[in-house]
Design a protein around this ligand. Structure first.
Ligand SMILES: CC(C)(COP(=O)(O)OP(=O)(O)OC[C@H]1O[C@@H](n2cnc3c(N)ncnc32)[C@H](O)[C@@H]1OP(=O)(O)O)[C@@H](O)C(=O)NCCC(=O)NCCS
Length: 188
């Protein structure tokens, strides 16, 4: 399936750590529709369900999507690190629905359960925060999200400075969701 350009003029980036088989990237060419659909079919992702492939492709490429990846082939000893979809496995996602300048809605954040609790989620959020920083997006007005998990709520407050601004009862998924919002460029 052909890749569509990202929704922002900010060029894609890849974040690596020495001696780690994991990396994070918002390069759209690395995204795996199959891996994300498989994750959406699992129980831990309580809000999701798989989509037809072309719909999932549109969802991922119509947003600024940050993937968490595991290298399945060794990194080159020297020379630049240029991962491809063939040499990686996608194990996490954070998707920012954004105009690339003023607004972002953060959605579908996950790390597969077998890789949770090792700092990958925090790293993923720090990469998102870096892209949606004052320096990169001086006109950014608001970032929003919805979540149902108290632990995750604390996690977003700490990393993004998110505040709870409202609630939504969702008996269909057995959750009381909270709306959270951050205004990173608001005057102190
Ligand atoms: C939330 C999530 C992305 C964090 O990823 P992770 O790699 O496990 O996170 P880290 O190891 O970097 O830990 C960061 C924080 O995540 C939270 N966290 C860690 N494991 C978690 C778990 N299993 N469930 C919920 N929150 C968890 C903790 O608050 C932790 O902060 P702490 O170390 O200060 O306590 C991951 O747990 C996940 O995919 N959960 C299920 C899906 C989900 O609820 N997504 C958010 C929807 S809004």
């Amino acid at each position: 399936m052909a890749s569509t350009p990202p929704t922002t003029a900010i060029p894609p980036r890849t974040w690596t750590r020495a001696d780690s088989e994991f990396f994070i990237s918002n390069d759209p060419s690395l995204l795996s529709v199959k891996a994300v659909n498989e994750a959406f079919g699992r129980e831990f992702l309580y809000w999701g369900k798989p989509f037809p492939e072309e719909v999932m492709h549109q969802i991922l490429h119509g947003s600024m999507s940050f993937g968490v990846y595991r290298q399945t082939q060794p990194k080159p000893e020297d020379g630049p690190f240029s991962p491809t979809a063939e040499s990686t496995e996608q194990i996490g996602l954070a998707r920012m629905v954004t105009d690339g300048s003023t607004f972002g809605y953060l959605s579908d954040v996950y790390v597969l359960p077998e890789y949770q609790g090792h700092g990958l989620g925090k790293w993923l959020m720090n990469c998102v925060v870096e892209v949606f920083s004052k320096e990169n997006m001086p006109y950014l007005r608001r970032i929003m999200l919805l979540t149902g998990d108290k632990r995750v709520q604390d996690f977003y407050s700490k990393i993004f400075g998110m505040k709870v601004i409202g609630h939504e009862q969702r008996p269909d998924i057995g959750q009381d969701l909270v709306f959270m919002c951050a205004r990173p460029n608001a005057p102190e």
